[in-house]
Design a protein around this ligand. Structure first.
Ligand SMILES: CC(C)(COP(=O)(O)OP(=O)(O)OC[C@H]1O[C@@H](n2cnc3c(N)ncnc32)[C@H](O)[C@@H]1OP(=O)(O)O)[C@@H](O)C(=O)NCCC(=O)NCCS
Length: 181
């Protein structure tokens, strides 16, 4: 299953050959700067990679959907809908790109496609996303794809040795339908 987003950009399930690229991504301290985890060693990246690789199927009822972002044949990132094993039909959107590929709208394009998949194929009721409030590129993506800011928690979490704030964005299925009309 491959989803073509532009002439050069596709979303596709991860395959075993993607491990080195994904381990490098998870091991980059700049990429993981505002995440709860990381940077991961190559060994630490193995289990999360295998979990993502097992989650490339688009079907109602899946617990996670993880797709690779490929540009001109190179894996340059990932986008995911996570924590779908709840009774609320709520999913959390996440994305990350190889350093150097940011600022060209790639994440917004990939995340927008996942929003559509989440509502139209996975039949989710709500999709939310959250990020460290210093992660401007991340919350800009959330706004660009039409998520609505629900909360700004100030200094609410102790992450990587410091207090951090969190921004929470979301969209409901009825809002998606109204926006799509
Ligand atoms: C977050 C991330 C995926 C964004 O990818 P991207 O392809 O650069 O995103 P886009 O180009 O679609 O949009 C980013 C927007 O943020 C803006 N932006 C980025 N850094 C900014 C800054 N420091 N100040 C103001 N705006 C900024 C860009 O200009 C762009 O907005 P615009 O199109 O209106 O100009 C990428 O930075 C990344 O991989 N970060 C590391 C992993 C991560 O933090 N993931 C999110 C976890 S919640």
């Amino acid at each position: 299953m491959t989803l073509r987003l532009t002439d050069t950009l596709i979303l596709r399930p991860l395959v075993a050959e993607d491990f080195e690229a994904m381990a490098a991504l998870m091991g980059d301290p700049d990429v993981t700067r505002y995440l709860y985890w990381g940077p991961r060693t190559r060994e630490e990246a193995r289990d999360p990679f295998e979990k993502r690789r097992a989650c490339g199927i688009i079907a109602p009822g899946v617990t996670q959907l993880s797709l690779g972002i490929e540009e001109s044949g190179r894996l340059i990132g990932e986008v995911a809908l996570m924590h779908l094993d709840n009774p609320h039909r709520d999913g959390e959107l996440g994305y990350m790109l190889v350093n150097g590929f940011g600022g060209r709208g790639i994440a917004s394009c990939a995340a927008g496609a996942m929003l559509r998949i989440g509502f139209e194929q996975l039949k989710l009721h709500r999709i939310h996303a959250r990020c460290d409030d210093r992660n401007i590129a991340s919350w800009r993506v959330m706004e660009k794809i039409g998520l609505r800011r629900e909360a700004h928690h100030l200094s609410n979490e102790w992450v990587k040795g410091e207090w951090t704030g969190a921004l929470v964005y979301a969209l409901l299925e009825n809002e998606w339908e109204a926006a799509s009309r």
